[in-house]
Design a protein around this ligand. Structure first.
Ligand code: UD1
Length: 418
């Protein structure tokens, strides 16, 4: 497994571009299963989760032409409707294939992601919603098997929690269903809006995108379409937090600042000097930064996917900070690793209490998940000395070659292959 060797306290400056959104591209790639016509996508990020999704779709018989960030995908001849266990096990987003396959073919079989029991977390909201459209599910040998007797039929579905994945799954399933579907208490993340816009360009009838009530009128089939994936707001947010931590002039380009409202507000309240334009954010040096209390929430609240990175920043500003995590249980795996680098963070149930004014110092650390990994990269770049981050494959799932991107700013990051 690759490692990153990072030498901190380098003078970073310059411009950095944000790549396309992984979390928008994943469901959009899956949505191609709804159609037998070509779907051409641009700004596809070159990250491992996307490459795994492409492998999964290939396994179904998808014909995919890839040229750098442009992909054309055709799903006319789907030959196989059972998902590859190894890929589903690695990637939770694989569960999204249920919706389109059940909608188009009336049958789907995927292995339970992560071995979790049905009826509880983590895919109960997906399955309950799809059942309301007429799917019958059974569990057999660790697989979820869904069947539809004739055609899915539109319904009103109120989610118990605005789950991103469940909203996407139900949205995709309802596109070819008979009649109207209404998703209430839907998630409002920009990635869902992007999926909806792509589906509309394919001929779907959707209203209410970006709100918590989405209306879908079923259609019989979809047509050829082109779509450009939105910039990755979590990657953009990560670079913004890094620039604030380094207290240096950095321009972050090719982003959509409308998607970063909660982060910008928090950083400004902490004292950061940020100049915000629609597609560009300039971070300038600031006099002093102070701690703050933050709660993670579904969009438009502060994203759980930026929680670990913000915690790195909170460690080096003055005063105390607090983060309450309300979206995921147990999403504090970065805390012991940040503490190894010199942070003073205590956990109390769903809250992390962060003591400010600390200095990071280089050490050996272990990356535990995607966003936890990048919080360690941020801390390491502000460290005295060298840090070795082990198991960086998590990072490659969602960030394009981070050593190259940050290397362009002057960061000293070396990948050690193993
Ligand atoms: C998506 C994002 C992920 C982000 C998360 C929350 C993708 C590929 N991933 O994940 O990066 O952190 O949104 O913004 O887009 N839950 C259930 N039952 C369900 C579904 C979810 O209990 O059927 C729970 C989950 O365990 C979690 C919470 O709901 O505690 C949020 O999950 P959800 O919004 O579904 O996140 P994902 O779609 O998995």
């Amino acid at each position: 497994m690759d490692k990153l060797l990072i030498t901190g306290k380098k003078n970073l400056k310059g411009d950095i571009n944000v790549h396309g959104s992984k979390n928008a591209a994943l469901p959009i790639l899956v949505s191609s299963l709804l159609s037998s016509e070509d779907l051409t996508l641009s700004n596809i990020p070159n990250v491992d989760d996307i490459n795994n999704m492409i492998k999964l779709l290939n396994g179904y018989g998808a014909v995919i032409k890839k040229n750098k960030k442009l992909i054309t995908i055709n799903n006319k001849n789907i030959k196989n409707i059972s998902a590859d266990y190894d890929i589903v096990r690695k990637m939770r987003a694989s569960v999204l294939i249920l919706g389109p396959l059940l909608s188009r073919f009336g049958y789907s079989r995927i292995s339970l992601p992560g071995g979790c029991a049905i009826g509880t977390r983590p895919i109960d909201i997906h399955l309950n919603g799809l059942e309301k459209l007429g799917v019958n599910f059974k569990i057999e040998n660790g697989f979820v098997i869904g069947k539809v007797s004739k055609k899915l039929i539109g319904n009103r579905i109120k989610l118990p929690f605005p789950s991103v994945g469940a909203t996407e799954n139900i949205l995709m399933a309802s596109i070819l269903a008979k009649g109207e579907t209404v998703i209430q208490k839907a998630a409002m993340e920009p990635e869902i809006e992007d999926l909806g816009k792509c589906l509309i360009s394919m001929g779907a009838k959707i209203e209410g995108l970006g709100t918590d009530k989405i209306y879908i009128q079923g259609v019989d089939s979809l047509c050829k379409a082109k779509h450009t994936i939105i910039p990755d707001r979590i990657v953009a947010g990560t670079f913004i937090i890094l620039a604030v931590m380094l207290n240096t002039d950095i321009k972050i380009k090719s982003l959509n600042s409308d998607h970063l409202g909660s982060l910008i507000k928090i950083l400004k309240n902490m004292g950061a000097n940020i100049d915000v334009k629609k597609n560009l954010i300039k971070i300038k040096t600031s006099k002093s930064l102070k701690g703050i209390k933050v709660v993670t929430e579904p969009y438009p609240g502060f994203p759980t996917d930026l929680q670990a990175q913000l915690m790195s920043l909170m460690t080096i500003v003055s005063g105390k900070s607090e983060i309450k995590e309300t979206v995921f249980e147990n999403r504090f795996m970065h805390v012991p690793e940040l503490n190894r680098l010199g942070a003073k963070i205590k956990l109390h149930k769903d809250k992390a209490l962060i003591k400010g004014n600390q200095k990071f110092r280089g050490a050996q650390v272990m990356a535990s998940d995607l966003r936890a990994s990048v919080s360690l990269v941020l801390a390491a770049l502000c460290c005295e000395g060298q840090t070795v981050i082990n198991r960086v494959y998590h990072l490659d799932r969602g960030y394009e070659k981070i050593e190259k991107y940050l290397g362009n700013l002057g960061a000293k990051i070396k990948r050690i292959k193993s």
